[in-house]
Design a protein around this ligand. Structure first.
Ligand SMILES: Cc1cc2nc3c(=O)[nH]c(=O)nc-3n(C[C@H](O)[C@H](O)[C@H](O)COP(=O)(O)OP(=O)(O)OC[C@H]3O[C@@H](n4cnc5c(N)ncnc54)[C@H](O)[C@@H]3O)c2cc1C
Length: 472
């Protein structure tokens, strides 16, 4: 990049807002999908919408690619600058701008860490419901771009149900203010369109989100199984019985062992083949009825024990184990590939078995921890990226898992997005006409395809190949 351009950007953002030293750029060469990396030319860290807009105007003039980044916890390579260019991060945009407890919304900067919003409003008897397991690090901007889920999204719905408004800086530096919190928006739902757009429609700088009242009662159960199939079948039964717990999460034996050997140890019994973590919230009578019914279902399916958290501290510990599970897998191998697929919930047992078989055939270690209530499987494959043969087997296993799931009526991603990981696999689910329609929507937001290029839409469909050949 020309020195004058770097100078101009530094004038806009200040010294702390621009990173150009090669060593510091390393941090930004990938997200949580460490299989693929590419170092950006520059990292920009604006503090306000105005700084972001001015920087994007320069990048537009210079035809430089821009990759948005929150905390880099994404697991599909979304924030990886595969086509080079500039990474634009929101790490210095973490303010809570407005809390309205009466109308129950908050307006925040996009770099606010997910859990910090709940911490800011809990004294008002409110919380922010979507709770990715990475919530202590990931940002609301990243959540909106990925339409993230989380254990409690089973009851509350994923991010798209909670984003009311956005301020977006577009590819050319113009600012689109869609921040008015309207329950029933008129006109095209541009906010809905942006959520899940994986950084390809612009940079969200401010987000207005719905706040949810803290439930009167929350109870947590841990059902212990000597058989993973039985845990899966319990979830299918609970869904069929029309029960509405707020979370239904399964952890298998390998996950339990990793968690219990880590700082996240939650007291999960090591001899179990699987545990099912259940949470129920609501009014007391309703919670007790649902718990009784769920206890009956898991016992009927062979649970050997059902434990109820006796205090808030015990409940927190059970969840710390679940939410720390991916991190704990660092005890199994240096690297982790977190697959993310969604399956019909009547087929949980069948597809968990299929993923286990695929991993076994490829001589890979697979641990399962997943949002079972949503049918969202996370077959986690531990590997060592220094072993090229093992890496190739991991990639093949990932592809096979997607094929098996799609053939059974499932889909490519429950929550981690497509990014670069699943770009080619989009053709398993969508025809070229569908993909071309997506391309046309992208064209409307970013005609030059400079925002997060090389993601989501398979290259053969889009004009992207042609654009990539244009001089930057
Ligand atoms: C341990 C662990 C547990 C996880 N658990 C869950 C889970 O339970 N549920 C779940 O859904 N995901 C989960 N994830 C995945 C990840 O945390 C989510 O996808 C999260 O939303 C990413 O947020 P981020 O701030 O880290 O975004 P990044 O990884 O930095 O970016 C993700 C995508 O969003 C784009 N982006 C980021 N900020 C903006 C912005 N302001 N404007 C426009 N585009 C932007 C990027 O370009 C990229 O495409 C987990 C990840 C880890 C490591």
């Amino acid at each position: 990049m020309r020195a004058e351009v770097v100078h101009e950007l530094r004038e806009i953002l200040g010294r702390a807002g621009l990173i150009s030293e090669p060593g510091r750029l390393l941090t930004y060469e990938c997200d949580g999908l460490a299989l693929l990396h590419e170092r950006p030319e520059l990292v920009l860290l604006p503090r306000t919408t105005d700084e972001c807009a001015r920087a994007l105007r320069v990048l537009h003039r210079e035809k430089i690619a821009v990759v948005g980044r929150g905390a880099g916890t994404g697991l599909s390579g979304g924030a990886t600058p595969v086509k080079g260019g500039v990474v634009l991060g929101t790490a210095r945009m973490r303010d809570v701008l407005e809390i309205n407890a009466v109308d129950r919304y908050a307006r925040v900067q996009a770099g606010l860490v997910n859990v910090d919003l709940t911490l800011a409003v809990e004294e008002l008897g409110l919380f922010y419901a979507p709770d990715p397991s990475s919530q202590h690090a990931c940002t609301l901007g990243g959540n909106a771009a990925e339409n993230s889920g989380g254990p409690h999204c089973f009851k509350h719905g994923s991010t798209t149900r909670h984003v009311l408004g956005l301020v977006i800086v577009r590819d050319d530096g113009s600012v689109l203010d869609l921040s008015r919190p309207a329950v029933d928006p008129v006109g095209y739902d541009l906010v809905g369109l942006f959520v899940g757009s994986e950084g390809m429609f612009g940079i969200a700088t401010e987000i207005t989100v719905k706040l949810t009242p803290t439930p009167a009662v929350t109870e947590t159960l841990l059902a212990i199984f000597t058989d993973l199939d039985a845990a899966c079948d319990s979830v299918s039964d609970a869904i069929a019985a029309r029960l509405e717990p707020s979370a239904l999460e399964i952890l298998d034996k390998l996950t339990i062992e990793a968690v219990e050997a880590s700082v996240f140890a939650a007291g999960y019994p090591k001899q179990a083949e699987a545990v099912l973590l259940i949470e129920v919230e609501g009014a007391e009578a309703e919670v007790e009825m649902t718990l009784a019914e769920l206890s009956r279902i898991v016992k009927q399916r062979g649970a050997i024990d059902v434990r109820r958290a006796r205090s808030a501290a015990e409940r927190k510990k059970l969840w710390a184990g679940r939410k720390g599970a991916f991190g704990a897998m660092g005890r199994i191998a240096p690297d982790l590939y977190v697959a993310d697929v969604v399956v019909p919930r009547t087929k949980l047992r069948e597809l968990v078995a299929a993923t286990t078989r695929i991993a076994r055939e490829k001589r890979l270690k697979l641990a399962n921890v997943f949002h079972a209530g949503d049918g969202n499987l996370h077959p986690n494959i531990s590997y060592d990226r220094r072993d090229a043969d093992e890496v190739a087997r991991v990639l093949r296993a990932g592809e096979e898992i997607m094929r098996v799931v799609v053939a059974a009526g499932g889909s490519l991603s429950g929550e981690h997005g497509i990014g670069i990981e699943k770009q080619a696999a989009m053709s398993l689910v969508f025809g070229d006409d569908d993909l071309r329609a997506m391309c046309r929507v992208r064209d409307a937001w970013d005609p030059e395809h400079r925002m997060n290029p090389g993601k989501l839409i398979p290259v053969h469909v889009c004009r992207e190949m042609r654009n990539a050949e244009r001089p930057r």
